[in-house]
Ligand binder design. Structure first.
Ligand SMILES: [Zn+2]
Length: 380
């Protein structure tokens, strides 16, 4: 299935484009807030709409374990279940299986793992991941890949990359078979539109530029409507992340969306968008918010700091979000120190607003053809 993607403007390597999903357009470069279990922790859907979130990311691993993909299917799919009419993307579950579970066993067939919830044993294969993601019904779904551990030697990284390529082939043929059967079923029974889900491939290759390039070339042979760069932000230096992204972008097709998974700080989002990345997601703005860390135009702010106890000012004087226009740092600090649930909610709304404003400013700068003025402070 193709995903219509038009590039509107370019400035250097950066571009502003639009993906047209079955649940509306998504302007790129885009930042996707993470809604792990069909919820961006603490933030209701109407607020996410107000903030201008165009697409959310859901985690296949978490949704499979709870509430279960068959339940979500019965409830009409993830969009209807969580009452979110805009676009959704699900990851393949690969990253969580490798990062969250213990006692996993990786074979050619797939990965056997124990649930982090109750210790029960499960098997994810490429086919299984696709079936679960079809049941969830997100607009963009991802191939099941092996996220290579870091650090890893070249030989090990190559083996892992080869496995991801074989799994990508299995994901693609399983998904194509589903589309075929769906098409004939639609024609026969309902005359309705065929599935509008799009399956993206994932480039691996660890911290080796030549493996990244090879992984990109060979993944492209499978002809996906979009490509992700996975296995980054796993403990390597920022310079290394940038180098791996640059090596991969050289190879990836310019007319397809390019997605860097799991990054990053606000200045990284800007940097990668300027390099020509179209999509990014990260738990950082939401997770940091729950720990009292706010991203602002003045840098990172730790709201629990006692110096804010009598501070009348907003979290970020340059932010127009509904938290900054209403509440003081003193109040946000008090909520956090008192352990009030509202602290996490308000901090998350501000951080998401900051990220979404940042990426909006990048799109604006690309349209103006002037990227020099957009940034700003560096975050650790
Ligand atoms: Zn704000």
């Amino acid at each position: 299935m193709t995903l219509p993607f038009d590039i509107e403007t370019q400035a250097g390597a950066a571009r502003v484009g639009q993906m047209r999903t079955a649940h509306g357009p998504v302007e790129t470069p885009v930042f996707m807030p993470v809604g792990t279990v069909a919820s961006v922790k603490g933030v209701p859907q109407d607020t996410l709409e107000e903030l201008g979130a165009q697409i959310l990311l859901g985690n296949t691993y978490h949704l499979y374990l709870r509430p279960g993909h068959e339940l979500v299917r019965k409830m009409g799919g993830l969009h209807r279940f969580m009452s979110w009419e805009r676009a959704l993307l699900t990851d393949s579950g690969g990253f969580q299986v490798f990062s969250l579970t213990s006692l996993r066993k990786i074979t050619e067939e797939g990965v056997t793992f124990r649930s982090h919830l109750d210790g029960s044993s499960h098997l994810f294969t490429p086919e299984r991941s696709i079936d679960i993601q079809i049941a969830l019904g997100a607009d963009i779904i991802m191939s099941f890949d092996e996220c290579t551990e870091h650090p890893a030697g070249e030989r090990r990284t190559r083996e892992s990359m080869e496995m991801t390529l074989r799994w990508a082939r299995r994901c693609k043929s399983h998904f194509d078979a589903h589309l075929q059967s769906r098409k004939s079923c639609d024609l026969r029974e309902r005359g309705g539109a065929p599935s509008r889900q799009a399956l993206f491939g994932i480039v691996q290759g660890g911290m080796y530029a030549h493996l990244r390039r090879e992984s990109a070339e060979r993944t492209m042979e499978l002809d996906f409507p979009g490509y992700a760069i996975g296995g980054l932000s796993v403990g390597e230096s920022r310079e290394k992340t940038r180098e791996m992204i640059a090596a991969t972008l050289e190879v990836l097709p310019k007319d397809k969306p390019r997605y860097v998974m799991g990054v990053g700080y606000p200045d990284e989002i800007v940097q990668y968008a300027c390099m020509g990345v179209d999509m990014m997601d990260c738990v950082l703005p939401t997770r940091a918010a729950r720990h009292g860390l706010l991203f602002t135009s003045e840098g990172r702010l730790n709201i629990k700091n006692s110096r804010f106890a009598e501070d009348h000012g907003p979290a970020d004087p340059k932010c127009g979000c509904k938290v900054c226009s209403r509440y003081s740092r003193a109040y946000l600090r008090h909520l956090f120190v008192a352990g009030e649930p509202l602290a996490g909610v308000l901090n998350t709304i501000h951080n998401l607003s900051y990220y979404l404003d940042t990426i909006r400013a990048v799109r604006h700068a690309i349209r103006l053809g002037n990227l020099s003025g957009i940034f700003q402070v560096a975050y650790p």
